[in-house]
Design a protein around this ligand. Structure first.
Ligand code: C2E
Ligand code: CA
Ligand code: CA
Length: 579
């Protein structure tokens, strides 16, 4: 009896062992010949680009790889209820997304999780993570185990290293995803760019440029709704994808960002004040593919920058027409330059002494006649020359022409002064000072009779490099006039920093001078300050006798405007003023 029982037991045991064995054939431990799960996990972790994690949903105990916890600053590899730790490192605006998606998995509403969100790592850098996980349930359907991996997206070249934002490739990918959604009526593609960013980079340094971008990214992010991600596109451009918006909402977003920029001084020591421009194209009205929309949004942004910057432009017919005209004009400009500056001409406008009403000198103003569009205003073609760097060639030509013309005038009127405009883009060019030197030497011209008019730079206030350039110009022996004063930033500060001989107050201050006591006070105030520094004042845009009368009382030194004379060709000027 005992034997039989023993025999049976052995049989049962044997058969159950067979079953176990058969089952084990399908198990990892059988395949690997290793029951030690920890060892396998560690080995996998070593070779994986990602971080593998595993959790027990009943006990809520989770295990994360050591390199991961080190990177994000979790206290230990094994943790119960790790969510408070996640909350500590996840960027506030991404927390809701993380929480909802995780709860969905825990509650069994979804089997997979695949989300991207930002965390602050131990070094304080914001980086993007992608967390993918899958749940394993028991036979009763309740969740038991969760396994997944976490990848640092920065590793995969999706993240812009400077701003920590997703790059243009993700922008396009995600825009495309939205196009596939059925309930979407429209999607705005908005591109925001920094005005004169190249100048910031060139005049300061790349590092300062990077800082500006980083700070701007924060300001934009702070001013847009939490659920709208911000992307870093090419150069200094940022991108937003705006679902189901109308134009007013886009305008609101832009004004909010702009307003808060106005309140911020980006960098304490260097004081870079920036403005932003924006372009927006809307699906499906303006285009139906992301490529088309991107092109049109960029065109709108360029159009914005060309027509005054510091605003928002929606895509329109006007933008396209302008783009076509832009290419044509550029083509004809290049032709003119290649044909020995054909169709270019320098005009001269008189500047008069307020006290004596005697002629002080002339400002040289460039004119250009396009074969297709006729006379094009310098306000339109100078920026094109600046964009393409051609301004250096043309600027040198203007200087040469003006000196030649003036030389003959000087014989009779040796006190006459000549003012020539220099573009900031010209000044950034490394050859500019040697070029000026050469032209001045070749033309043997009394240098104290020359004024270089330089526009108060719109982006910079107290830059060392700019100061150096001004000093190098001064060292040539010429005078410097600060042009368009009052239209940029930090106007007063700059007067102390750079060697200026004359300040030209912008025409916009004269326009309303008869009605605006503010403008009168401004001119009076500036004149007093400048006179204290020994700087002369010239007022532009005086068109009427009443304006002149008012200005005489304000002690300004020189007047330039249609009241005394418009810019005219050399011959007309000789006839009129220099007989
Ligand atoms: P800007 O240097 O401020 O030149 C003064 C502008 O005001 C000129 O416009 C002149 O014609 C205009 N103006 C002068 N008096 C009056 C007035 O009483 N009423 C009105 N309504 N306008 C007046 P313009 O010639 O069209 O030149 C525009 C701008 O183009 C210049 O502004 C300057 O920034 C740029 N520019 C012109 N020539 C050159 C050049 O050779 N090189 C560079 N870099 N820029 C130039
Ligand atoms: Ca000028
Ligand atoms: Ca001016």
């Amino acid at each position: 009896m005992e034997d039989l029982e023993k025999n049976n037991r052995e049989k049962i045991l044997k058969s159950s062992n067979e079953v176990k064995k058969a089952k084990n054939i399908l198990k990892m431990s059988y395949i690997t010949g290793n029951d030690n799960f920890d060892e396998i996990y560690d080995a996998l972790e070593q070779i994986s680009e990602d971080y593998i994690f595993i959790g027990n949903m009943k006990t809520m105990v989770f295990k994360y790889p050591a390199p991961f916890i080190k990177r994000v600053g979790f206290p230990t590899e094994i943790m119960q209820n790790p969510f408070t730790y996640w909350k500590n490192i996840i960027v506030e605006s991404d927390w809701k997304k993380f929480q909802e998606s995780t709860l969905n998995v825990l509650k069994g509403e979804s089997k997979y999780q695949n989300i991207e969100f930002r965390v602050k790592d131990v070094k304080g850098n914001i980086t993007w993570l992608r967390k993918k996980s899958v749940v394993i349930r028991d036979e009763f359907g309740s969740t038991v185990t969760i396994v997944g991996n976490i990848s640092f997206l920065g590793k995969q070249n999706k993240i812009d290293p400077i701003t920590g934002l997703m790059k243009i490739t993700e922008f396009f990918k995600n825009f495309n995803k939205k196009l596939e959604k059925e309930y979407i009526e429209n999607i705005g593609m908005m591109i925001i760019g920094v005005d004169d960013f190249e100048q910031i980079n060139q005049l300061y340094s790349r590092q300062i440029g990077d800082k500006v971008l980083k700070n701007l990214a924060n300001v934009i992010q702070y001013n847009i709704p939490d659920d709208i991600p911000l992307y870093k596109l090419d150069g200094d451009n940022f991108g937003l994808i705006l679902e189901n918006v109308d134009k007013d909402e886009v305008r609101d977003i832009y004004s909010k960002i702009k307003d808060s920029l106005g309140k911020i001084h980006f960098l304490n020591e260097e004081n870079v004040a920036i403005n932003i421009s924006a372009g927006c194209a809307i699906f499906p009205k303006n285009g139906i593919t992301y490529q088309e929309l991107y092109k049109f949004a960029v065109y709108s942004l360029l159009y914005c920058k060309k027509t005054g910057k510091n605003k928002l432009v929606f895509f329109s017919e006007e933008v396209i027409e302008n783009k076509v005209k832009h290419f044509e004009i550029l083509y004809f400009l290049k032709q003119s330059i290649d044909n020995n500056f054909e169709n270019f001409e320098v005009f001269y406008q008189p500047q008069i002494s307020t006290k004596t009403k005697k002629l002080k000198g002339f400002e040289a103003l460039l004119r250009w006649k396009c074969e297709k569009y006729g006379n094009v205003s310098p306000v339109e073609f100078i920026p094109l020359l600046e964009e393409t760097g051609l301004i250096s060639l043309v600027g040198n030509w203007v200087l040469e022409q003006s000196l030649k013309t003036f030389k003959s005038w000087l014989e009779k009127y040796p006190d006459l002064k000549i003012s020539v405009n220099l573009s900031c883009v010209q000044l950034i060019n490394k050859n500019c000072i040697p070029d000026f030197k050469k032209i001045l030497e070749e033309n043997e011209f009394p240098r104290e009779n020359i004024f270089f008019e330089i526009t108060e730079s719109t982006t910079v206030s107290n830059i060392k490099t700019l100061k150096e350039i001004y000093e190098e110009i001064k060292a040539l022996g010429v005078n410097i006039a600060l042009d368009d004063f009052g239209t940029g930033y930090s106007s007063f500060g700059i007067l102390k920093e750079i060697p200026v001989d004359m300040v030209k107050i912008d025409r916009s201050f004269v326009k309303d001078i008869l009605n605006s006591s503010f403008d009168v006070t401004f001119i009076k105030f500036i004149t007093e300050i400048c006179h204290n520094y020994g700087i002369k004042i010239c007022i532009e845009g005086v068109e009427r006798k009443e304006e002149l009368d008012l200005l005489e009382g304000l002690n300004v030194d020189y007047i330039q405007g249609y009241y005394f004379g418009k810019p005219e060709p050399e011959k007309v000027i000789s006839e009129k003023y220099l007989k």
